[in-house]
Design a protein around this ligand. Structure first.
Ligand code: MRU
Length: 350
């Protein structure tokens, strides 16, 4: 199993996802500042993995605070939270995990050391629970995948796999469970311009697990659907509004449109912590814009002439009416069912 974020020898060990698939290297993170940098530079990426990394980042920051005064400790912990919040704006799991850690701090009686210890336990719990959550998502996904043919082809976009979570994955969790149950014949992976998470990371994970995988460029999806090569689409999510509108990697929206045009079910797989119940619809989701270099440069090669402008939004919002079901650890729901109060309560847990 692939674990992109682990606690080992008093520090956090991250798989450096900027180097895969050519090089497998881990980096040790000892300080909250280094964790913030690792999230910003995408050494660790993917919504739930960012959440887990931020939780550990909060603990690393907490243990750097040298005071025995609770109020001073809280004030400085807020600064650590601000540093981590400023890394990436779209994935709500980052903000969710930071808020769980702040709540733990506030709710822990006793000394600063007691609070630091409680923060470590909460970070560990967020990490462990995310793996179980992903396994549950994977298994619930099996219930909603098309019943025929017996062996399916699934198309995914970006990387919503073990690398993007604490382990197992959300969209790739569904793929893993389908593979285990003999329900999958092949995974199709969109390469996912501009950062190529599909070609680099999803393909790498599939190869590690022996899952047959075909990488296509993003603009081939409609053609593959027209040719009858795709039975279902399963993607992850960075933030889901209360009405089911879903922000995910740029290109997800167009994939949902072409899936609808071909009558192919389109599933979003995500933990409840990805649902932002404060936002009534997707228009309120902040969309990260990244450096144009991601578009105009591949390795050392510049692709475009000078004098052109670029626009590089990292995410887009797929309207709820294009989504067949949202697969969570509590089961699969039509987007319109998300507003249920029981799901809201579960989402705020810890
Ligand atoms: O920019 P990234 O690589 O962090 O974007 C990742 C995605 O869009 C994933 O699909 C999403 O975070 C879900 S991960 C389980």
């Amino acid at each position: 199993m692939i674990y992109p974020v682990i606690w080992q020898n008093n520090s956090v060990v991250l798989i450096d996802q900027t180097l895969l698939p050519n090089e497998y290297k881990v980096v040790e993170i000892h300080r909250s500042e280094d964790m913030a940098r690792a999230i910003k530079t995408m050494i660790v990426r993917g919504a739930p993995a960012i959440g887990v990394a931020a939780a550990y980042g909060m603990y690393l920051g907490a243990r750097e605070i040298q005071t025995s005064d609770r109020q001073e400790f809280f004030a400085r912990l807020e600064q650590v939270a601000d540093l981590l919040r400023a890394t990436r704006p779209t994935a709500v799991n980052l903000f969710w995990a930071i808020s769980q850690m702040l709540q733990t701090a506030q709710n822990t009686p006793g000394t600063v050391e007691d609070i630091q210890q409680a923060l470590f336990q909460t970070a560990q719990a967020i990490n462990t629970e995310d793996v179980q959550t992903c396994q549950a998502i994977g298994d619930h996904g099996l219930q909603v995948l098309p019943k025929a043919p017996e062996k399916l082809t699934i198309l995914t976009h970006c990387n919503a796999g073990a690398l993007a979570t604490a382990g197992y994955g959300t969209a790739l969790g569904v793929v893993r469970s389908a593979w285990r149950e003999g329900r999958l014949s092949r995974l199709f992976a969109d390469e996912t311009r501009p950062r190529l998470q599909g070609a680099k990371l999803t393909a790498w994970e599939a190869v590690q697990e022996g899952i047959p995988v075909t990488v296509i460029t993003d603009n081939m999806a409609a053609h593959c659907m027209q040719q009858g090569l795709i039975h279902a689409v399963v993607v992850g999510a960075d933030r889901i509004a209360a009405n089911g509108d879903t922000a995910n990697k740029i290109g997800t929206y167009s994939l949902a449109i072409v899936a609808k045009a071909h009558n192919i079910p389109f599933f979003v797989a995500a933990p409840l912590s990805t649902i932002d119940f404060k936002l009534s619809d997707g228009s309120q989701i902040p969309i990260e814009e990244r450096h144009p270099e991601e578009i105009y440069q591949v390795g050392d090669t510049i692709l475009t002439p000078s004098g052109v402008e670029f626009y590089n939004p990292a995410f887009d919002v797929t309207p709820a009416d294009l989504i067949t079901a949202i697969i969570t650890e509590n089961g699969a729901f039509a987007p319109s069912e998300l507003a249920k109060s029981s799901l809201r309560q579960k989402a705020g847990k810890f």
